[in-house]
Design a protein around this ligand. Structure first.
Ligand SMILES: [Zn+2]
Length: 213
């Protein structure tokens, strides 16, 4: 049986993580996400974990070779016919090319979201310490800055200002354009409209994946 290997690419606030999780819960896909791999490696006690901790502590860009090595190790722990979804990886052309040497990618799903929507989804986030989430634009609390459920003060992340989010989006677009072109050239790119409900986006993805599995 041929395995299905998907790549989800989308900006912050595109909901790609949520969509990857839906696919995992519904179809048993294994989600591979670089942040998770890095945190898991950092918690170990190996020469590589030391390197990872240093990079994470400094907030440096993770070298392509290291990301690929982490993915190679992760793939080795999965059955060879396991269906996989890469959540937000690759992030650069170099990573995309390296990934092709490790695994045969079936389809790349680009979750497209207009920049303004992305900015509102991220910069509007308000979090309650007990896990109740709000959004200034979409799901405002009844009383400003206070959780409806437990009246705890809501927290807004400092680096989630509209300006900062826009800046991160520009950086994202710069590198991602090349990655998308690369997959378009391979005839694997599929773009879905991410400016819709979680359910509607999931349906769009499902339609495409149904064809494959
Ligand atoms: Zn709360």
């Amino acid at each position: 049986m041929q395995r299905t290997v998907l790549v989800f690419i989308g900006p912050q606030g595109s909901g790609k993580g949520t969509q990857a999780k839906i696919l995992a819960d519904r179809e048993g896909f294994h989600v591979i996400e670089m942040g998770g791999l890095l945190r898991a490696e950092a918690a170990k006690n190996t020469p590589m974990s030391e390197q990872v901790r240093a990079i994470l502590a400094k907030g440096d860009l993770v070298p392509a070779r290291l990301t690929i090595e982490l993915i190679r190790k992760k793939l080795a722990t999965l059955p060879t016919d396991a269906n996989i979804v890469f959540d937000g990886f690759p992030r650069s052309l170099e990573q995309a090319q390296e990934l092709d040497t490790l695994v045969r990618i079936t389809r790349v799903v680009h979750i497209d979201v207009p920049p303004d929507v992305s900015v509102k989804r991220i910069s509007g986030r308000l979090m309650c310490p007990a896990g109740h989430n709000y959004n200034t634009y979409y799901v405002p609390p009844e009383k400003e800055g206070i959780c409806n459920v437990d009246k705890l003060p809501l927290v807004h992340r400092e680096d989630d200002t509209p300006t900062a989010v826009r800046h991160r989006l520009e950086l994202y677009n710069e590198v991602t354009t090349k990655v998308l072109e690369y997959y378009r050239g391979q005839g694997k790119l599929l773009t879905v409209n991410g400016d819709a409900s979680v359910f509607a986006v999931s349906q769009q993805i499902n339609q495409e994946v149904q064809v494959l599995v």
